[in-house]
Every structure is written in structure tokens, then in C-alpha cells.
Design a protein around this ligand. Structure first.
Ligand code: KMH
Ligand code: ZN
Length: 275
């Protein structure tokens, strides 16, 4: 079985220090959290950035500052900026980190009810616009899937040339308004992607570790981190993103699954080697 790629979603746009004091806002805090995840075995950092007061921003200068600080302490890591940003941002605002030509970026494949009156809007034209931008700039999209219909959307847009092979999906499961994190739904999603594509699973809240175990057994990849879950176990806050990654590494070891280095992750995902 292929080695396991662990992605750490260290910051998110919605989770706050009120939920876990280790949630990073400042440049230094982001670098600290990325390093803790990298040291524990993460090869990808899924990145949102904030102002120092915790307000989410897609400002490309802030992304550059944070990415430079992360590369300083994790020189070979893969950084995957979010183009989802936060609810209510415009498409062009969300796309700003692509101007830095990162190796990867997220591409959200549909609209989602986020609870209350909040809607995370990704029209078909938005997805096409983002897909085209990533092709033009040689950025590998991670196809964010919050529901089965988003896989179908990605496959339709792949046929039309807005997304290229090999495709890499992220099943974000257990979000309010999206697909549940039940094993039945995981099996449904992973059976719905074409042969030759790869996937990561990001279980939200209590689904984080059961779904990590499922993906480890299945040969898929895993995302953990404060964006999705702030608890190490029931009622116990994680002290760092690294602690969440360490737990995945322990589970993987139990099943004999080795952990991919960033260089190995690049090979698995078809990214160019970093020199
Ligand atoms: N914060 C959500 C509105 C992504 O990173 O691409 C969008 C999100 C997905 O987190
Ligand atoms: Zn995100």
C-alpha cells in the first residue's frame, strides 16, 4: 500500500482561540503550529490566514508572510492555501493566494449550507473560474467535496477541461449542511471517484479519528487539524496540531501503514520535486 500522506489543517477560518487557545492567528503562531504538525509527520499544511485579532483574510501579502515563516522552519513541506477563505468573500478575494503560485490550493466543488443563514457559495462558474486559474498557473487543486454531488460536479468539469488528471479529492465529512461522517457515507464517496485518483478524508469533530482509521485501512490519505477538530479525545483539547498528527501516526503504525515524507507525498500526488 502507498505511504500515508497526512495533511494538517492548522488554522481554518471559523475556529477560534475560544474553542482552543492553541488555534493560531499570528505569523509566529502559524509557524509554530505548522512545525508541530511537520515534526509529527504531516507533509502538507492546508492553510488559512488571519489578522492578528483572528479575523480571516485572503490577503496575498499575509499569505506570503505566513508561508515564508513556515518554510523557514519546515523547508520541504507542501503548503496548500485555501481558496475557500471564509463565507461571504468574493471569488477574486478568495483567489489571491494563487498569485503566489503555490504547489497546491483547494478547489471547492459546490455550494454548502453552513448553518443559520450562512451559505458557502461556489457556483458552477466560480468552480470553472478557479479550475482554469489553477491550470494556467500549474497549481494542483485539491478538490474539496462536502457532499456526493460535488464529486459529480468535479467529474463534469473534468470532462469539460476545467480540472485535469490525476485528480485529488478531499472528502470533508460531518460539516453542518454537508454529508455525514458515517462509515456508510465514506464508502459511498470513495467508491464514487475514478480509478487513478487519490483522496484524503477530513472528518469533522468526533468523526476525525474514525474516518482517519478508515482511510488508513483503505489506502487513502488523512487530514486532521484545528480547522476540523480541536479535541485529542472526548473532552480533552489538543495542545497543538502536532498532537492530532501524532495520533494519526500511532493509528497508522498499528495497521502497518508508513508515513510519507513531503518528497514522497509530491511523488504520490504528481507534484514536481522541490529542489
Ligand atoms: N472556511 C470555509 C468557508 C477551503 O479551505 O477550501 C471554506 C473552507 C474550504 O475551509
Ligand atoms: Zn479550509
Amino acid at each position: 500500500m502507498e505511504k500515508l500522506i497526512i495533511t494538517a489543517a492548522i488554522s481554518g477560518a471559523e475556529v477560534l482561540k475560544e474553542h482552543n487557545p492553541a488555534v493560531p492567528y499570528t505569523v509566529e503562531e502559524c509557524a509554530r503550529e505548522a512545525k508541530s504538525a511537520y515534526d509529527a509527520g504531516a507533509s502538507i499544511i492546508h492553510l488559512h490566514v488571519r489578522h492578528d485579532d483572528g479575523t480571516p483574510t485572503q490577503d496575498k501579502n499575509r499569505f506570503k508572510e505566513v508561508m515564508d515563516a513556515i518554510y523557514k522552519v519546515c523547508p520541504d513541506i507542501i503548503i496548500q492555501p485555501s481558496t475557500g477563505g471564509a463565507v461571504g468573500m468574493t471569488d477574486d478575494e478568495r483567489l489571491q493566494p494563487t498569485e503566489l503560485n503555490p504547489e497546491m490550493a483547494t478547489l471547492d466543488c459546490g455550494t454548502l449550507n453552513f448553518g443559520g443563514d450562512e451559505v458557502f457559495t461556489n457556483t458552477e462558474n466560480t468552480i470553472k473560474y478557479f479550475g482554469k486559474r489553477m491550470i494556467e498557473r500549474g497549481i494542483k487543486p485539491e478538490l474539496e467535496v462536502f457532499d456526493k454531488s460535488m464529486i459529480d460536479m468535479a467529474l463534469r468539469l473534468h470532462k469539460k477541461g476545467f480540472i485535469t488528471n490525476p485528480m485529488h479529492f478531499d472528502f470533508v465529512m460531518g460539516v453542518n449542511g454537508g454529508i455525514t461522517g458515517e462509515l456508510r457515507d465514506f464508502v459511498f464517496l470513495r467508491g464514487s471517484i475514478p480509478a487513478g485518483s487519490t483522496y484524503t478524508v477530513a472528518g469533522v469533530g468526533r468523526f476525525e479519528f474514525p474516518l482517519a482509521a478508515a482511510a488508513i485501512i483503505d489506502g487513502g490519505h488523512v487530514r486532521v487539524g484545528f480547522e476540523d477538530n480541536v479535541y485529542l479525545s472526548k473532552g480533552v483539547l489538543a495542545k497543538s496540531n502536532g498532537e492530532l498528527v501524532e495520533k494519526v501516526v500511532r493509528i497508522a503504525k498499528e495497521f502497518g501503514r508508513e508515513i510519507a515524507t513531503p518528497a514522497e507525498a509530491r511523488k504520490i500526488l504528481g507534484l514536481k520535486p522541490k529542489n
